[in-house]
Design a binder for this molecule. Sequence first.
Ligand code: E4P
Length: 218
Amino acid sequence: MKFFIDTANLAEIKEAYDLGVLDGVTTNPSLMAKEGISGKDRILGHYKAICDIVDDCVSAEVIATDLKGMIAEGEELADIDDKIVVKIPMIEDGVKAIKYFSQKGIRTNCTLVFSAGQALLAAKAGASYVSPFIGRLDDVSTDGIQLIEQIVHIYNNYGYATEVLAASIRHPMHIIQCAEIGADVATCPLSAIKALLKHPLTDSGLEKFLSDYKKVNG
Ligand code: E4P
């Protein structure tokens, strides 16, 4: 399973990368705004700074919602670095834009996916990644994990190359459940990745090993 970090914060990206388990980054306009990144030049520069930290797969989202605009913006984003994956919303012109980029060999991440039907369309259009938002579904009393399971099942039926990227992850159990059902990628906040590290028996076990060592070695 690949781990992406879901942030535009450079320090957090560096921290996750240094842990040695990071395969990529996802951003969105809200995450960029949270870092105070505004204006075209600063936005493009920030994506470049992220690409310089990680090995591959930096999702950069278009703002346009019409086909022409998404193509122009997506091409500009893809020109920043080969690591860029153009993130496109699941809307009618978005599906067309995904098809366009897939024919040009530019990777895409279809975002704001909340149903199996949307995921099927994204795969047929040739998206590299599909991003079902599990936390936001859970927030409205709908089982986000069940949607991931359904999409994995459908993609396996037909051998689609599109990778299932579980997004809107809120806690470590989301990551575990996604891994159990075969999601290809989980994009997570740093807190959820670090929470995987923790177990009280690890802490108490280590404390005992070290105190036993000290008893005989001083
Ligand atoms: C990532 O690709 C998504 O934009 C992100 O996971 C959404 O997460 P949120 O629901 O916590 O905003």
